[in-house]
Design a protein around this ligand. Sequence first.
Ligand code: ATP
Ligand code: MG
Length: 350
Amino acid sequence: MPKDAQHARETLLDVRNLSVDFRTPRGRVKALRDITFPIRRNRIVGIVGESGSGKSTVLWALLGLLAKNAEVMGGEVRFGDRDLLHASETQLRATRGEEISVVFQDPMTSQIPVLTYGRQMLDILYRRPDVSASEKRRMAVEMLGKVGIPDPDKRIDQYPHHFSGGMRQRAGIAMALLTGPKLLLADEPTTALDVTMEAQIIHLLQDLQKELDATVVVVSHNLGLIAELCDDVVVMYAGEVIEAGDVREIFHNAQHPYTRALLECDPARIDDVSRKLPVIPGDIPDLTRALSGCIYAPRCQRAMPVCRTETPPDVRRGEMSQARCHLLEGPHHDPVWMSASRLPPAKPSG
Ligand SMILES: Nc1ncnc2c1ncn2[C@@H]1O[C@H](COP(=O)(O)OP(=O)(O)OP(=O)(O)O)[C@@H](O)[C@H]1O
Ligand SMILES: [Mg+2]
């Protein structure tokens, strides 16, 4: 099969050269700059990066729900034969909820406190006039059961404040999955939960993804969670995708100095599910300023003069992995860097 045809078959949603600015009183914030990555069908894809790197902006762009002061400067989001960036509001509304749905970090802000779960779930199915109210209720009870709510036929008549934090997030997942979407987006779905609850929600997402044949994109600060949950990872830095591809390949053989810094400064490495992003010296750059060369150069241990002046190449590894760095290709390519990429074994703790 030709490579392009295989790519199209494996890819559910393709983000290509996406750039987004926010207009602010301080000037334009160049929040996403030339972002390209595929979301492969039936995979769980993690998006990771420091605060302000643009993770949520990517999700909102996929949903067609960018803030009013956002301006799409270029690119495409291909979903089948549609470009979601240039779809009409009517088309987008049909896509959202039915084909793409979302789970938020804090269910209290996305669930309606004065309505029972039964009522909220009935409302979610408003696009199914041919399905009777009793059948809709049966579907909702079944989905609450699937996400692990005990006695779902009784709990469905309760309000969000009757549920614990973990149960509310389970209900949020049930509501997102009720219409049978192809793609589920989750922005830090476990950040508000304790470690035990977080692990349960991760396993729930994994089980549901398999059972429902869905594709999941999850944003997280937590590298352990990404390692445990995801098949693919997209590493973002200051509005750019600096590395992306298969989770195992990247975690064990990272190519970009930023990805390696994230992984290397963690003694427990990727096994500890509760781990948050390590602190790398320096700050994310001011995205209102004109940027040249490599966005990570000011903080990079391996920066060379060229890194401050020339945009690094996007270097592909295999079918689906990519990294953006001068060390990987061209006159400044460093074979030692690339071959030395296997990380040292985890330091013993204590
Ligand atoms: N509505 C907005 N108006 C102006 N700037 C914005 C707006 N929304 C986001 N930004 C800016 O765009 C950049 C990317 O923000 P985004 O929220 O996508 O980052 P994030 O990776 O999700 O961060 P976090 O981990 O803190 O959630 C940041 O510099 C942020 O300040
Ligand atoms: Mg965010």
